[in-house]
Design a protein around this ligand. Structure first.
Ligand code: FAD
Length: 513
């Protein structure tokens, strides 16, 4: 069937980044259509009622980096966005003790003092440094990466600005930033603290979504909140803003290929054979799908194809979603209390986390995995029927390339490993489980389209960041095909619910068209 309407822009994929691009383009007066293959928008940021009455923030579960300029520009609170604080992290230890970080600074300091007066003293200075590091990195999240090999005045000016920014940090902080970017989280944290469980819990945030352990370089990093309604509510709020600006959003509309004529993208063909044309086509899919699936290899330069084939995915995370009859009691902090309203980190020691990685290195899922657990229904009661609860368990490591491949039996064995491990810290957990959903990297790939189940549309490793994401010379949201743009997490500044990629892409498109 022939297309009935021509658009200024087609956005392939209604992930949160595709939706941000659509909203900004529509706001700029463009006629925009979003084509999403699934029955709902959001991609890896979706909320689904998997079991009647129980709503799961199925993949991603917490929000921290969503750019404030996007919240403002798109007036997201008016469209339903409401982020609730997730104040504490409790790490149960194997000896029955625990380490807790609470919303109250003085209380956290006292808690640390219980473990190590030296660490309690170091904690404030560490916190100040991390705050400063976050401030140092922030401008980079909102900039189009300049090409260091280019003589284009725009690139030279941006490089100069970047140089000035880093110089402005001062020697000491610049050195700390370089160490933070390049050292293993274990080595970096060794320089600050002596309490193993503290180092293990802090290191865990650096390994999420990577195929690296806490002793691997470049793993020091990343404060969280819970969106009312789950991360799907973030996507829905952006979709609502996009529609309010005039964008059209079509679900159940999988794109089969991008139509290229004379080296220029002119539209897309849907899997049902429909063709839709537009002045520009923007992909929110990961680089492998955007270039190696939606296009023919011969339509692209050989060196670019080689770069995209080299781009590393290596999904390493799984997710277990539980519907619970009531709340579990944790041995380290029995009964019901504020520990249920924050995160629970299963990271009792650095060695524990490194051993979890060891299993994955040799093609097995971790028998004793690192887990980041929250109970969304304790933060937003609307997530489960009265008195019942949902538990979200993010699990590391589950390698995409499991020995012998993922099967239904291995999925269940992985789910059992997760529940058994958590039951060591919450012995009544098993008896409370009403339903369980286990998602392997292979399931993540099948449902969301994220290649190899990589949660960030490609590893966030130093060699795949900034002007190298997804490939050198093509980190400014353009592609070798004229009129074909990219806006997903596979571009700078990478994955996570930030929307920065989608916004930067849209601003570049508006400038160019
Ligand atoms: C298990 C898991 C846990 C995570 N936890 C967190 C977390 O707690 N906090 C956080 O900030 N980040 C988290 N992340 C990462 C974050 O969710 C992603 O980086 C982000 O949502 C990616 O958004 P995106 O818009 O770039 O791409 P995607 O969400 O991948 O969107 C791409 C969209 O394209 C659609 N699509 C694919 N193929 C086609 C096609 N052929 N035609 C049309 N549409 C198509 C997909 O259905 C999808 O909607 C997690 C991810 C996973 C998987």
């Amino acid at each position: 069937m022939a297309a009935s309407r021509t658009y200024d822009a087609i956005i392939i994929g209604g992930g949160h980044n595709g939706l941000v691009t659509a909203a900004y383009l529509a706001r700029a007066g463009k006629r925009v259509v979003v084509l999403e293959k699934r029955p709902r928008v959001g991609g890896a940021a979706v909320t689904e009622e998997i079991f009647p009455g129980f709503k799961f923030t199925m993949f991603s579960y917490v929000v921290s980096l969503l750019r404030p300029e996007i919240i403002r520009d798109l007036d997201l609170p008016r469209h339903g966005l409401h982020v609730l604080p997730l104040e504490s992290t409790v790490t149960p230890m194997e000896n029955g003790n625990y380490l807790a970080a609470w919303g109250d600074h003085d209380e956290t300091r006292r808690e640390l003092y219980r473990h190590s007066p030296r660490d309690a003293e170091a904690y404030d200075e560490y916190g100040r440094l991390m705050h400063f590091m976050a401030q140092a990195v922030k401008p980079i999240l909102s900039m189009v990466p300049p090409d260091p090999t280019s003589f284009d005045p725009r690139d030279l000016f941006a490089l100069l600005r970047l140089g000035k920014h880093f110089r402005g940090l001062g020697a000491e902080r610049l050195h700390a930033l370089i160490k933070l970017m390049t050292m293993s989280s274990a080595d970096f944290l060794d320089e600050w603290f002596e309490t193993d469980v503290l180092k293990a819990t802090k290191s865990a945030s650096g390994i999420i979504g990577t195929f690296l352990g806490p002793r691997s370089p470049g793993t020091v990093f990343r404060a969280w909140g819970f969106a009312k309604g789950g991360t799907g509510a973030v996507s829905e709020s952006i979709a609502s803003a996009a529609r309010a600006f005039g964008a059209e959003i079509r679900c159940d509309a999988p794109v089969a290929r991008v139509i290229v004529k004379g080296g220029r993208a002119t539209g897309v063909a849907l899997e049902n054979g429909d063709e839709i044309s537009a002045k520009v086509v923007v992909t929110g899919l990961d680089p492998r799908r955007s270039f190696l699936q939606l296009l023919e290899e011969q339509e692209l330069p050989g060196d670019f194809v080689a770069d995209i084939k080299r781009f590393k995915f290596r999904g390493s995370s799984g997710k277990v979603n539980l519907a619970l009859d009531s709340l579990p009691s944790f041995t380290c902090m029995p009964g019901i209390g504020r520990q249920h309203r924050g995160a629970l980190s299963i990271s009792p020691s650095l060695e524990y986390v490194e051993r979890a990685y060891d299993d994955a290195k040799y093609g097995e899922f971790s028998r004793n995995p690192y887990m980041d657990v929250i109970i969304p229904s304790m933060i937003d009661p609307g997530m489960a029927p009265p008195g019942k609860h949902v538990m979200s368990i993010f699990v590391q490591y589950a390698p995409y390339n499991l020995n012998g491949g993922w099967t239904d039996a291995k999925r269940e064995a992985f789910g059992d490993a997760v529940v058994n491990t958590l039951s060591r810290y919450a012995p009544n957990l098993k008896s409370l489980i009403l339903h369980r959903q286990v998602l392997t990297p292979s399931d993540i790939e099948r449902i969301t389209g994220l290649s190899e189940g990589n949660i960030f549309q490609g590893e966030l490793a130093l060699q795949q960041l900034f002007f190298l994401r997804p490939a050198s010379r093509w980190a400014k949201y353009t592609t070798p095909i004229r009129g074909y743009w990219q806006c997903g997490s596979g571009t700078h500044p990478g994955g996570g619910i930030m929307g920065a990629n989608g916004r930067l892409a849209a601003l570049e498109i508006v400038k160019a068209t």
